[in-house]
Write a protein of this length. Structure first.
Length: 185
């Protein structure tokens, strides 16, 4: 009987260590990233948009969309601008008032992940459910590479937004001019 109890606790400990190692591998991988560039597919309701992004930690992003309006998203670390380059739409927000803050603040993201449990979905990717100051986001990491592969959140109109990223390049040379906020038209 004692052998069965010891064996049971051994397997429980082994299972817990396996889960901890997934989280530690994701965090370790993330700690070695200063910037990432990637292509993305974003779904909002039934609308699919594609584009390219660069994230420079901490808190900077530059995304261009391949759509009719040529939407541009830029953060300089404090503010976030969404601009349609083929139109007059121009919106400026404090970054801390958006859910993107959770993706762009690597230190905050790591602190949140350290306290959370991951779930393995379809035996393909790990998901973490994060919340910070009223903003919620689900963040996805590849099961094998532990790379960030996407996120899910709500936009300012409370529509579900799912972003899948691919063709990921880490720690490349980036022109810092990308993060200068564009002016209104």
């Amino acid at each position: 009987m004692i052998k069965k109890i010891i064996l049971f606790f051994f397997f429980i400990n082994l299972f817990n260590n396996a889960l901890a190692s997934v989280k530690s591998k994701i965090i370790e991988n993330f700690n070695h990233i200063d910037n990432i560039s990637f292509d993305f597919i974003q779904n909002i309701d039934d609308l699919e948009e594609k584009g390219k992004c660069v994230i420079q930690y901490p808190k900077k992003i530059h995304c261009t969309y391949n759509n009719k309006k040529k939407k541009l998203i830029v953060s300089n670390g404090n503010s976030l601008v969404i601009k349609n380059q083929n139109g007059k739409a121009y919106f400026r927000y404090l970054l801390k008032q958006t859910s993107l803050m959770l993706i762009l603040d690597k230190d905050l993201l790591i602190k949140k992940i350290e306290k959370l449990e991951e779930k393995l979905i379809n035996n393909q990717y790990y998901i973490f459910y994060l919340e910070n100051e009223g903003y919620q986001i689900n963040i996805f990491f590849d099961k094998n590479s532990y790379d960030l592969i996407g996120w899910q959140t709500e936009d300012i109109y409370q529509k579900l937004v799912i972003t899948y990223i691919y063709k990921i390049k880490k720690n490349i040379d980036i022109d810092q001019k990308l993060f200068i906020l564009p002016k209104p038209n």
